[in-house]
Write a protein that binds this ligand. Structure first.
Ligand code: LLP
Length: 403
C-alpha cells in the first residue's frame, strides 16, 4: 500500500483514518476463494469497521453482514446487503431489536441463551411469523488469545453449552414460531493458532450430525464465526486455505452452507491512523512525544495493551526510547510505550498501522474531542467517507435542553 499521508494531511487535516479499499477487496476475495469448494457466505463483521462506505464496498463484492445490534443491521440494509445475507448475533438483544430483525426478515437471529429463545418465540408469535434462528454454541475451547477477546470458554458470557443447545433445538423444532436453520460458534478474535479452531469446529460439526440423527433436524447453515488474526507485529498467521480446509473436512458428509464472519482479517491492515506531533517533552529522563490523536480515537493500546507499529514520516535521525501519548487527561492515554523513535518536531506526521479494525468503531467523544475524519483510497484516488466531527455536532443533542 502506497499512500501519500502528507498530501492527505494537507487536504483533510489530522488526525485521520485512511483505508485502502483495494486491500479490503483482496482480503475478501482471498477468503471467498478459500471456501469456494462449497456453498459459502462471507458475512463481514460490521463491528470491526462500520463506516457506510466500507460496508457498501463489501456489499458490492457480494459480502453478507454479521451484526451485533439493530443499528448494524440497518447499516447493512442501507448500503444494499441482501437481507438473506444478514445475521444478527449478541448476548443481549432487546425486544425491540428482535422485533425489528423479524420485520426486516433477515437470514437468521443467532440466539445465545434459552431465555432469549423464549423471547424470540414470543415476539415471533405476536408478529405471526416463524423466526429463523441459529444457536451459538460455546464449545469450551481455549482460543489462546487476549482474555478480553476470547469468547469460547464457559467462563465467557457467550453462547450455550452443548446440552443446552440440544434442548433449544428441541424447543425450536416443537414451536410453530421458530425455524432452527443454523448453528454458530466463535471462540475469539485475533486467533493465530489453528488447533483451537479445529477443535471447536469438530465439536460443533459432531453436534450437527447428532442433531440430524437424534432430533431429525437438518441444519442449513454452519457459521464458523470470525477471528482470523492479522499481522500487527511479527505474528505467524493461520493460512486461509488450511483454515478453510479444516472447516470443510469437519463437515464431511453434511450438505450445509458455510458462513464465515471475519472482521479484522478483512479491514485490519487496510487502515492507518495518522496523527501529528504537537510537542516533545521529558519528565526526568523519560521522553514523551505528544501527538494530536488520543485514546478516544484509537483505544486498542490502552484497552488491550495492543501493539500497533508506529512510524514518524520522513525522519531518519538517531532513535531513542519514548512513549507516544495523546492530549487526554489520563495516564492510560498512550499509543505506545518505550518504543524507539527519531527526534520529532512540531507538525511531523506519525502513521499508526493496522488500525482499520476496531479503531474508529471504538472511538468516543471523551474530553469533547470530535471523532476524526475517515478517508478511502481506491484506484489511487482519495475521498472523504466521514467528515471530522465539529463542536456543533458534539453539542447538537444537548443544546436544546439548556435552561
Ligand atoms: N463474530 C462474532 C460473533 C464476534 O463476536 C466477532 C468479534 C466477530 C465475528 C469478528 O471477529 P474478528 O474476525 O474481527 O476477529 N475490539 C477487539 C475485538 C473484539 C471482537 C469482538 N467480536 C479488538 O480491538 O481487538
Amino acid at each position: 500500500m502506497q499512500i501519500d499521508f502528507k498530501k492527505l494531511a494537507q487536504k483533510y487535516q489530522t488526525p485521520y483514518y485512511v483505508y485502502d479499499f483495494d486491500y479490503i477487496t483482496k482480503q475478501y476475495e482471498e477468503l471467498k476463494n478459500a471456501f469456494k469448494a462449497r456453498k459459502s457466505l462471507i458475512s463481514y463483521a460490521v463491528k470491526a469497521n462500520s463506516n457506510l462506505s466500507v460496508v457498501q464496498h463489501l456489499a458490492q463484492q457480494g459480502a453478507g453482514a454479521d451484526c451485533v445490534s439493530i443499528g448494524e443491521v440497518k447499516r447493512a440494509l442501507k448500503v444494499g446487503i441482501a437481507k438473506y445475507k444478514i445475521i444478527f448475533s449478541g448476548v443481549g438483544k432487546t425486544d425491540d431489536e428482535i422485533r425489528q430483525a423479524l420485520e426486516f426478515d433477515i437470514l437468521m437471529i443467532n440466539v445465545e441463551s434459552e431465555a432469549e429463545l423464549k423471547r424470540v418465540e414470543l415476539i415471533a408469535e405476536e408478529l405471526d411469523k416463524e423466526a429463523r434462528i441459529s444457536i451459538r454454541v460455546n464449545p469450551n475451547v481455549d482460543p489462546k488469545t487476549h482474555p478480553y477477546i476470547s469468547t469460547g470458554l464457559h467462563e465467557n458470557k457467550f453462547g450455550v453449552d452443548i446440552n443446552t443447545a440440544k434442548r433449544m433445538y428441541i424447543m425450536s423444532k416443537n414451536s410453530k414460531n421458530l425455524d432452527p436453520i443454523g448453528i454458530h460458534c466463535h471462540i475469539g478474535s485475533q486467533l493465530t493458532d489453528l488447533e483451537p479452531i479445529k477443535e471447536s469446529i469438530n465439536i460443533v460439526a459432531n453436534l450437527v450430525r447428532n442433531i440430524k440423527s437424534a432430533l431429525d433436524i437438518e441444519l442449513k447453515f454452519f457459521d464458523v464465526g470470525g477471528g482470523l488474526g492479522i499481522v500487527y507485529d511479527n505474528e505467524t498467521l493461520i493460512d486461509t486455505y488450511e483454515y478453510a480446509q479444516a472447516v470443510l473436512d469437519s463437515l464431511f458428509g453434511l450438505d450445509i452452507t458455510v458462513i464465515c464472519e471475519p472482521g479484522r482479517f478483512i479491514v485490519g491492515n487496510s487502515g492507518v491512523f495518522v496523527t501529528k506531533v504537537l510537542y516533545e517533552k521529558t519528565n526526568g529522563d523519560k521522553r514523551f512525544v505528544v501527538v494530536d490523536g488520543a485514546m478516544n480515537d484509537l483505544l486498542r493500546p490502552t484497552l488491550y495493551d495492543a501493539y500497533h507499529k508506529i512510524e514518524v514520516l520522513d525522519k531518519d535521525s538517531d532513535q531513542s526510547k519514548c512513549n507516544v501519548v495523546g492530549p487526554i487527561c489520563e495516564s492510560g492515554d498512550f499509543f505506545a510505550k518505550n518504543i524507539e523513535l527519531p527526534k520529532t518536531e512540531h507538525n511531523d506526521l506519525m502513521a499508526i498501522y493496522s488500525a482499520g479494525a476496531y479503531g474508529f468503531t471504538m472511538a468516543s467523544n471523551y474530553n469533547t474531542r470530535g471523532r476524526v475524519a475517515e478517508i478511502a483510497i481506491e484506484n489511487n484516488d482519495d475521498r472523504l467517507i466521514r467528515k471530522r466531527e465539529t463542536f456543533e455536532d458534539l453539542i447538537a443533542l444537548e443544546e436544546e435542553y439548556l435552561k
